[in-house]
Design a protein around this ligand. Structure first.
Ligand code: ATP
Ligand code: MG
Length: 356
């Protein structure tokens, strides 16, 4: 099993820290169709810092989703992210794929803060002729024990993992099938989840920068819990503006204030990453920021982003180019869940022969 590669019609399984999402797509004559989409919440301690902490809770949730989507024993693609994944763009002498496969472990060793024996390494040739006898290669390394953890919960949950992707790459794949990526522009995709922000930059149609930031919407949930002395579930309801919970306008005002403060902190971290990208790239004029992930629906975050980064911000629709049968799916419900489905759609796109 490689980090890249796979077979046809994989089930996309996105194990997030707040919820698991499962998507199956079908491809017919070049266009995609939604076959299944289910999701289920996880307790806040089930997945922490990109590690599975409550094995039983995650397995149970996957089992339910597998049953609901009727995909028992199907081959699936899942993703790892965070500090157990190292992504690095390398400039190497031009070589064949076979030569690269032979030398990548040795090349990787210099950039990996873990023992090379403890990681799975894969590489993708971005630009085979970058000039002066060099080529650009994207190296990805993921800690084996973390990959194994995610594979185990999927297996126990009733699926057969055959591809392990990286969170931000799946989001970028989802983006590319839905939106035109102009060759002369630099676009940023932010997948803003509960406990992480995956940053991906596309320049000239290629991945030019990625980073995972350990910050997300659950920070706001925690602040609301603290401020109002309420449970996680109640705080989530306050945050997303569930009507009954916000009967008092004083509470609504206070929640809005906390949302502004937390959003500002989140944007500061995003800006720090983008500043680093700009400082280390030649073509760094960002044209637009696209958002996916549940916390991308936080109006305060969008406002803070627009104000501070000063580029247009747009919410991604992961189903923009995916046909959805209104007889099988509740379109309203699907559109409301669309922001959180981004990564899972990207995982469900993975097919045999994929090396991107
Ligand atoms: N309408 C909304 N407004 C604000 N926040 C929302 C809204 N809907 C969902 N969220 C938040 O989005 C988060 C869940 O998003 P998502 O499913 O993308 O995260 P995840 O994949 O579980 O987390 P991570 O990828 O960080 O591990 C939760 O923190 C939830 O409170
Ligand atoms: Mg996520």
């Amino acid at each position: 099993m490689g980090l890249f590669g796979g077979r046809a019609n994989l089930v996309g399984l996105d194990i997030g820290s707040s919820a698991v999402k499962l998507i199956r797509l079908r491809q017919a004559s070049g266009s995609w169709e939604l076959v299944a989409f289910t999701m289920g919440q996880l307790p806040p301690d089930a997945v922490v810092e990109g590690r599975i902490m409550n094995f039983t809770a995650v397995v149970e949730r996957i089992r339910e989703l597998v049953k609901e989507a009727n995909v028992k024993d199907a081959e699936c693609c899942l993703a790892v992210a965070g500090s157990s994944v190292i992504i690095k763009k390398l400039s190497l002498p031009e070589m064949t794929r076979a030569e690269l496969d032979e030398s990548i472990m040795w090349e990787a060793e210099q950039y990996i803060p873990f023992d090379i024996k403890d990681v799975n390494v894969d590489a993708q040739i971005l630009n085979p002729r970058a000039g002066q006898g060099q080529m650009d290669v994207l190296m990805v390394a993921a800690k084996k024990d973390v990959v194994n953890e995610f594979v185990s919960v999927a297996v126990e949950g009733g699926l057969r993992p055959v591809v392990v992707d990286v969170g931000i790459f799946s989001c970028l794949n989802m983006f590319e099938i839905n939106y035109a990526v102009p060759a002369d522009q630099t676009l940023v995709l932010l997948n803003v989840g509960a406990n992480s922000v995956n940053v991906g930059v596309l320049s000239g149609g290629m991945v030019s920068f990625t980073r995972d930031i350990a910050i997300g919407g659950s920070m706001l949930t925690a602040e609301i819990q603290k401020q109002f002395n309420v449970s996680y579930e109640e705080a989530e309801a306050f945050k997303t503006g569930a009507e009954s919970s916000l009967s008092s306008s004083t509470i609504a005002r206070e929640v809005a204030k906390i949302a502004d403060r937390v959003s500002d902190t989140m944007v500061t971290e995003v800006q720090r990453s983008l500043d680093f990208f700009v400082a280390t790239s030649i073509k760094a004029d960002i044209s637009r920021i696209y958002l996916s992930g549940g916390s991308a629906q936080l109006p305060a975050f969008i406002r803070a982003l627009e104000r501070r980064i000063e580029v247009p911000v747009e919410l991604v629709n992961p189903f923009r180019n995916i046909a959805v049968d209104a007889r099988k799916f509740d379109i309203d419900l699907l559109q409301r869940a669309a922001p959180v489905a981004g990564a899972a759609v990207g995982l469900a796109l993975r097919r045999f022969g994929d090396v991107s």
